[in-house]
Design a protein. Structure first.
Length: 279
């Protein structure tokens, strides 16, 4: 299937003093097709978020970005800031890592949802309110009517993250980029949110790019994986290939660390079960 979103030989450099360029992302290439989820895996500082921000025009003039980024056959790196802004609010949805920066602290949540839906649809006031309540309910947020009346600072980071995911999904983008979307969310809600993202991908044919350091989370949604380390792609393949046949030493270390954490978690659970007389 033809890729919907394709990144080729992406390079990101930081402009230093006296014209010196510091390389941060080097020769990164990947693609994702409609109805497919590409997982981008890597630890903090590996260049995951920087790569996606560069691709979507979210970096300032301190950075130099070269290579090619195509969405639906159109080159994005040559588009203006205004063209990219319209694209990000319409056909491309972006869920950023820090939800607090995505909401205006001076306005209630309901007003901000209404403004977003009004800008991207032809719904009447009543329809917008119903859509807003549906978004909150799908994201497992209790008492949605009350939440619409609250300001961002009155909600937890996890709740804001869920609202942001809900807004992005409700706009039905062709491409959804999720940058560490489950970081501030508890384990039970994380499973529910990942299931919602899978539903969007499967039912709407949305192309999904899921960026995470969490191997467990990424394994639940990704069809293919790209592993980044120090701004470069060091491994790629299916989840099974990465888990059992990783080529790169860094990838094997990443997988090994995750497996060790899970084994320790299981031992703790078994220990508690014995203490309570379940084993």
């Amino acid at each position: 299937m033809k890729p919907l979103f394709q990144v080729e030989n992406l390079e990101v450099q930081l402009k230093g003093r006296k014209g010196l360029l510091v390389p941060l992302v080097r020769n990164v290439s990947f693609s994702v097709a409609p109805g497919e989820c590409l997982g981008i895996l890597g630890e903090s500082g590996s260049g995951k978020s920087l790569t996606l921000k560069a691709a979507m025009g979210l970096l300032d003039s301190s950075f130099q970005v070269t290579g090619s980024v195509q969405f639906q056959g159109q080159e994005l790196l040559t588009k203006s800031s205004e063209e990219l802004r319209r694209l990000r609010g319409g056909k491309v949805g972006i869920i950023l890592q820090n939800p607090m920066t995505c909401f205006d602290p001076l306005y209630r949540i309901g007003s901000q949802l209404a403004e977003t839906f009004a800008a991207h649809g032809n719904w009447r006031k009543g329809e917008i309110r119903e859509r807003s309540l549906t978004v909150l309910e799908k994201m497992r947020i209790h008492q949605p009517e009350e939440v619409l009346e609250k300001y961002p600072h009155q909600l937890s980071g996890g709740m804001l993250q869920r609202i942001m995911i809900g807004i992005a999904a409700a706009l039905e983008p062709a491409l959804l980029i999720a940058d560490e979307p489950t970081t501030a969310i508890d384990a039970i809600t994380q499973v529910e949110i990942l299931a919602e993202l899978l539903k969007i991908k499967e039912e709407k044919g949305t192309a999904l790019v899921f960026v995470s350091h969490d191997l467990n989370a990424i394994s639940r949604v990704a069809d293919r994986l790209v592993v980044l380390s120090q701004g470069q792609v060091v491994d790629r393949g299916s989840f099974y290939q990465i888990l059992h046949h990783a080529k790169d030493p860094y990838t094997r270390l990443l997988v090994g660390k995750r497996a060790e954490v899970m084994e320790r978690y299981q031992r703790v659970l078994q220990g508690k079960g014995k203490e309570q007389g379940y084993a």
